[in-house]
Design a protein around this ligand. Structure first.
Ligand code: ADP
Ligand code: ZN
Ligand code: ZN
Length: 722
């Protein structure tokens, strides 16, 4: 008599999601066991799950297919990991199978059982004496963490008074903590100490440290490896991010799963790492939008970190110089005067008494028209080049110009497939759509009227680079060499290793002026930058997205944090750290707060506005989006979905406000029309429960008559932009 196993698998996107699939198995398979199962003509990776509360009776005469195999040599995924996956599926309205399988390393999906067995086989005794790299990769599965090889040495760096006080509180309270510390206040050092403390307290404990960007992981890995490899061995620190090869990812994942890795560093995907002894989670730059996945399951790794920490009994530290308004709110006293849900720990000072840069606003309405750079900014940059200091120029738009334009007939370089312009890239003379990727050669004359004089309108990073090269052509560095201008954006860093190379050149002082997008504004510990300039940040202030000012403020604070990080250097140079902002709206309160480095005033104002308007974090939102060949079809689906909820009188509907569908800001992408509908509730629980009831109806509706033409639909819970 075979047993029935309930398996979480990733079913094709079109079928209804949400259920586990049942298979026959000769033996009882404990939950968490990794298996392969047949589905249609394919064989898929699956995870044995707990039986559903009310198992559906098997249809008469249906024969269960059998589990194809159990993946050999792998301990089952533990209950904590399964709870995390189940929670994420429930919260973000996806299937358990989808979250579970996509959380596992891709190679587990693709390897045959034999390949995996070979990969995991205990090393042959004959080879055991050799300490080759291959051998350490194939160590057996037993949870045998590397023990400290020497008594943990106190690192030579003495904590500052602020760091010491914060660290003491982390030791004493359960958290979660919001570490609110200026850029350069030494937050990373606090993370290192907190990790060290949990590893010392428990010889098997594991820590997870997350950063928002792949390009920040090497820097972090260096610091953590330098600190912990001497104590716990080089194998104890592993990374997890999408820039790694599949074998590397599998290796890191196994190290975490088996307990060999004591510290996992990674981007948002690392939140789903199997870490049976998790004792600490750090989320650095917790405000960063990159923690929110924008494809498939739209989870927030930051929010899941808080949930996972509480569930696993692990401490959670969220760190930022400009916390998200959600976290700031959560760490503020409640309206009744009680303590917030998070414990706020502040580190206002910069290490080494480095001053935060002076913020200078340039009123562009008083500058020569059409000037890319105002004359005083150019002077300031030139003077720095001549003194051998570095400058960073930020513009969040790559390419040469966002659009080409014909002054005679009004033609614009619109993308034929999207409701967006094609961006002019001068380097390779192309017009490229940044939404669908459609690329064309730049036409010799206006395609509409033949006018040979088509003009670039607006500016992108390429243009800034060209302009700076022109202006600084005859400017010399102290060593007599000509000024060097470089650019870092998605276009210059496509080649593997290109970004690291360019960052290294910046650190080495080979670059005098770096032009870049927000990629370079975050996290990097550049030592010789004394000037940061944002040349055109205003557009964010007029965006319809209510989070745009928050994002702009964070980005500019972060960017400012790149200037003057080394007080000794700034003083020795006789220079001063400055942040320049070119704006047409110098009186805007966002800039006034920035000038005072006053995050708290900014946050208080924003939160007040949000409260008055009934916006998050005082309300909870979800978006339902539909894509279709026509805007009417997309909106019809959303309208029908609302009607279905009303007709069925779904529970909690009364507590959820459903707005009418509207076209998305970029309405058409790759010939697909996109519409969305906002849902709002004052209770998170009500919104969630309503969505859980509604979801099967959305699946059902999609299969009905006219709605079959819907290209896709999705739910985004806690969306970052609406
Ligand atoms: P943050 O993460 O807040 O931006 P970091 O931890 O990177 O700041 O610290 C900024 C700089 O100060 C780094 O170069 C770091 O090595 C140094 N630093 C941090 N803490 C100390 C300390 N207690 N004593 C001396 N230097 C420190
Ligand atoms: Zn024309
Ligand atoms: Zn396009």
């Amino acid at each position: 008599m075979p047993h029935i196993a309930h398996i979480a698998v990733q079913t094709p996107a079109h079928s209804a999601v949400g259920e586990l699939l049942s298979y026959a198995s000769e033996e009882v398979l404990p939950p968490g066991t990794l298996v392969r199962v047949p589905l249609g003509r394919r064989e898929l990776l699956g995870v044995v799950w707990e039986p559903p509360a009310a198992p559906a009776p098997l249809p008469e005469g249906l024969e269960l297919r059998s589990v194809a195999c159990v993946l050999p040599g792998l301990a089952p995924l533990d209950a904590g990991w399964r709870r995390l996956v189940a929670f994420a599926a429930h919260y973000y309205q996806r299937s358990v199978g989808e979250i579970a399988v996509t959380a596992l390393p891709p190679q587990l999906r693709d390897m045959t059982a034999e390949q995996l067995a070979r990969r995991l086989a205990p090393p042959k005794p004959a080879r055991k004496s050799r300490k080759s790299k291959a051998e350490t990769e194939t160590e057996p599965q037993a949870c045998e963490p590397v023990r400290p090889q020497q008594p943990a040495a106190i690192p030579s760096i003495a904590l500052s008074a602020e760091q010491a006080s914060v660290f003491a509180q982390i030791e004493q309270s359960p958290g979660p903590f919001l570490l609110y510390g200026s850029t350069g206040s030494g937050k990373t050092e606090v993370y290192l100490r907190a990790v060290q403390a949990v590893l010392e307290a428990n010889p098997q404990a594991q820590a997870l440290v997350m950063v928002p960007e792949i390009n920040l992981t090497p820097q972090l890995e260096e610091r953590f490896t330098a600190r912990f490899a001497p104590l716990y061995g080089a194998e104890a620190v592993v990374s997890m991010h999408s820039g790694m090869t599949n074998p590397q990812r599998l290796k890191s994942w196994l190290a975490g799963h088996t307990g060999r890795a004591r510290i996992v560093l990674g981007t948002r995907m690392a939140i789903f790492a199997s870490l049976p002894r998790l004792a600490l989670i750090v989320v650095d730059e917790e405000h960063d939008a990159s923690y929110k996945q924008q494809e498939g399951a739209r989870y927030s790794a930051r929010d899941l970190a808080v949930w996972r920490g509480r569930d696993a009994g692990a401490k959670v530290i969220l760190g930022s110089a400009t916390p998200s308004l959600e976290s700031w709110h959560a760490s503020s006293p409640t309206a009744q005067g009680g303590p917030g849900r998070y414990l706020r720990l502040a580190m206002p000072g910069r290490i080494g008494a480095a001053a935060l840069p002076r913020v200078r606003l340039v009123d562009m309405t008083q500058q020569p028209r059409k000037a890319v750079f105002s004359p005083p900014l150019l002077e300031a940059i030139t003077a720095r080049v001549q003194r051998g200091e570095q400058s960073l120029v930020l513009l969040n738009r790559r390419g040469f110009a966002p659009v080409l334009f014909c002054a005679d007939c009004g033609w614009k370089s619109d993308c034929p497939h999207c409701s967006a312009h094609q961006v002019f890239h001068k380097g390779d003379r192309t017009l490229r759509c940044h939404h669908c990727g459609f690329t064309q050669r730049v036409p010799f004359a206006c395609p509409s009227c033949g006018n040979p004089d088509i003009l670039p309108l607006g500016k992108g990073t390429e243009q800034l680079e060209e302009e700076l090269e022109r202006v600084l052509r005859n400017v010399q560095r102290p060593d007599g060499n000509p000024a060097r201008v470089a650019r870092i954006d998605a276009d210059t860093t496509r080649a593997k290793g290109a970004l690291q190379e360019q960052l290294a050149a910046m650190h080495a002082g080979d670059i005098d002026v770096l032009v870049g997008t927000q990629m370079v504004a975050k996290g990097h510990d550049f030592r010789r930058i004394t000037l940061v300039a944002a040349v055109q940040p205003d557009s964010a202030l007029y965006s319809s997205d209510y989070r745009a000012p928050e994002r702009l403020f964070c980005l500019l604070m972060q960017a400012a944090g790149r200037a003057g990080r080394d007080a000794g250097y700034v003083a020795a140079q006789g220079s001063r750290a400055e942040m320049w902002i070119q704006t047409h709206d110098p009186a805007n309160p966002v800039y006034a707060a920035l000038q005072k480095h006053d995050y708290e005033a900014f946050a208080a104002r924003q939160l007040q506005e949000r409260q008055d308007a009934g916006m998050p974090p005082y309300a909870f939102q979800a978006i339902v989006r539909a894509d279709a060949r026509t805007q009417e079809a997309a909106q019809a689906f959303l309208n029908a979905a609302t009607q279905a909820a009303r007709d069925a009188q779904l529970p909690w509907l009364d507590e959820v406000f459903i707005y009418p569908p509207i076209p998305m800001a970029v309405q058409r992408v790759a010939n697909v029309e996109r519409a969305q509908m906002l849902l709002e509730a004052t209770s998170r629980g009500a919104l969630l429960r309503f969505l859980n009831h509604w979801q099967p109806w959305l699946h059902w509706l999609r299969g009905q008559g006219e709605h079959r033409t819907i290209v896709r639909w999705l739910v985004d819970v806690d969306p970052l932009s609406i």
